[in-house]
Write a protein that binds this ligand. Structure first.
Ligand code: AHR
Length: 510
């Protein structure tokens, strides 16, 4: 048994943990949209207007705050007018990034907005900056959000939707340094300002425009985008045309272990060494968020520009026998712990990081859900999102390790095997605790200061092995009650199993 002592300052609430840090991402990629969200109106799988009901129900249980669509790389090849009107008349296209398959555009704007309404999620629409035009993007916003008799509002009505939709989040392209156009930061910054300028607010709709950002730790990219905000810095209220530029900057970071891009390793077959190397990679996220935040602080000390991590998660080799362009991978306890350490880092940086989107929601990369015909599988990662729901819009609390923290040697590096974070909302405290050690249980002693804790309720997610995963026929990774929790004189003692994620919630009186 290992032990770690932490201090929880329950009377020092910090930044609000934006619920949008628990956001999602659905791209036209493999079976994410087709077979994942969308089965079509003729399907035997229970659906409403072609949208899978089991998927909607499972995601509603997570209170998913937003859904990013249509990509990813796909977004910069997508022409929205191909995805409206009678489905049988919609033009087809080649999905050149993902499997080189023919896209029939049967899932388009109306289907996506209907999905968001069913999910109770706010739409995050990514415009085509790489191969589209400013006019095309501007007209899409008009189509989506304008109420009067404008040409695009009339076109929407002709397609069966009278009322405009609300679209809060608007992406200005995706990965412009790569699949989104192969640009340098300066060229993209100019383009982002141009597209941002014509991305108008119609009626009451207020767009939060997100400029496409860096790969990983490319802080230079963030710096160039910050420099190009110029006098337009911030929330749009600054002056003149300020309202028409971007309000946030994104970046992407995937947990990829290697040794090469061609050999990223199996999602399910890995040894302890590979597991620990994955965790070292996952823990890099904290340094990278801090790096981007530091650059932004230099230009924007009041933190008016948001940082958005709109793609994150594990990326392994595809499952044997599946289309390499479909990025279908299984999801194990290892993925769940990658997610939990990411969330701890997100909570600690909630003053700058305002949104994050796991890639991707269904059947692609680090998925929440896997569909197998009419069966639905909840992955281990799904359960982390569910267990952490109490952090949505809560105030982050400081959780500080006192003394030494348990570590594991990984090559030349030391991996801290304990990770945790805490928040408070409505008089309740929620603690998230991760034990990354593959073999050894961990006793966590929490010294609760500044409040009197009440009776704790604890839950744990673990399995007999780190490679355990759920399928349509077996679900070895499930959440259960954690019995080993004791409270005495403000000291909370929790014993968590090896390779596990636990949450403890309790009322805290001041
Ligand atoms: O999520 C898969 C792909 O990863 C996205 O399309 C792209 O933005 C990123 O490179």
């Amino acid at each position: 048994m290992q032990r770690v002592e932490v201090v929880l300052d329950a009377d020092l609430p910090g930044a609000r943990i934006n619920r949008h840090l628990y956001g999602h991402f659905a791209e036209h990629l493999g079976r994410c949209i087709y077979g994942g969200f969308w089965v079509g109106e003729d399907s035997d799988v229970p659906h409403e207007g072609g949208i899978r009901l089991d998927v909607v129900q499972a995601l509603r249980a997570l209170d998913i705050p937003n859904l990013r669509w249509p990509g990813g790389c796909f977004a910069d090849t997508y022409h929205w007018r191909d995805g409206i009107g009678p489905r049988e008349q919609r033009p087809r296209m080649v999905n050149s990034h993902w499997g080189d398959v023919v896209e029939d555009n049967s899932f388009g704007t109306h289907e996506f907005m209907a999905l968001c309404e069913m999910l109770g999620a706010e739409p995050y629409v990514s415009a085509n900056v790489g191969s589209g035009t400013v006019r095309e993007a501007a007209q899409w916003i008009e189509y989506l959000t304008r109420a009067d008799e404008s040409p695009m509002a009339q076109l929407r009505r002709a397609n069966g939707r009278d009322e405009p939709w609300s679209v809060p989040f608007w992406g200005l392209g995706n990965e412009p340094w790569g699949c989104g156009g192969g640009m340098g930061a300066g060229a993209y910054a100019e383009l982002a300002r141009q597209f941002g300028t014509y991305s108008l607010d119609h009626g009451d709709n207020r767009l939060y425009r997100i400029a496409a950002g860096a790969a990983d730790a490319d802080y230079r990219w963030t710096e160039v985008l910050m420099q190009n905000l110029g006098r337009y810095l911030g929330d749009g209220e600054v002056s003149g045309h300020g309202k028409n530029t971007y309000q946030a900057i994104s970046f992407h970071h995937y947990t990829i272990v290697g040794p090469t891009w061609e050999q990223k390793g199996s999602a399910t077959e890995f040894d302890a060494d590979e597991y620990y190397r994955t965790m070292l990679k996952a823990r890099e996220i904290e340094r990278i968020i801090a790096g981007h935040a530091n650059v932004m602080d230099a230009y924007d000390p009041d933190k008016r520009v948001g940082l958005v991590l709109d793609e994150w998660g594990t990326w392994f080799d595809v499952e044997p026998g599946t289309n390499p362009g479909f990025l279908f991978q299984q999801n194990t306890m290892r993925d769940a712990l990658v997610a939990s350490v990411h969330f701890d880092a997100f909570h600690r940086h909630a003053d700058r990081l305002v949104m994050a989107n796991i890639a991707q929601t269904v059947n692609v990369l680090q998925a929440m859900l896997l569909t197998d015909g009419d069966a639905l599988v909840l992955t281990p990662s799904y359960h982390v999102f569910a267990m952490n729901k109490g952090h949505h819009d809560a105030a982050a609390l400081p959780l500080t390790v006192r003394g030494t923290t348990p570590t594991q040697r990984v090559g030349d590096e030391e991996l801290a095997t304990f990770s945790g974070s805490a928040s408070t909302k409505d008089g309740q405290v929620l603690l998230s605790l991760t034990n990354l050690d593959a073999e050894t249980p961990l006793q966590v002693a929490v010294d609760v200061r500044g409040a009197v804790p009440g009776g704790p309720v604890a839950r744990v997610l673990t399995a007999d092995r780190i490679g355990a995963h759920n399928t349509a026929s077996q679900t070895p990774v499930q959440v259960r009650e954690l019995q080993d929790v004791h409270l005495h004189d403000g000291l909370l003692q929790v014993t968590v199993p090896p390779h596990s994620f636990a949450t403890v919630s309790f009322p805290a009186a001041r």
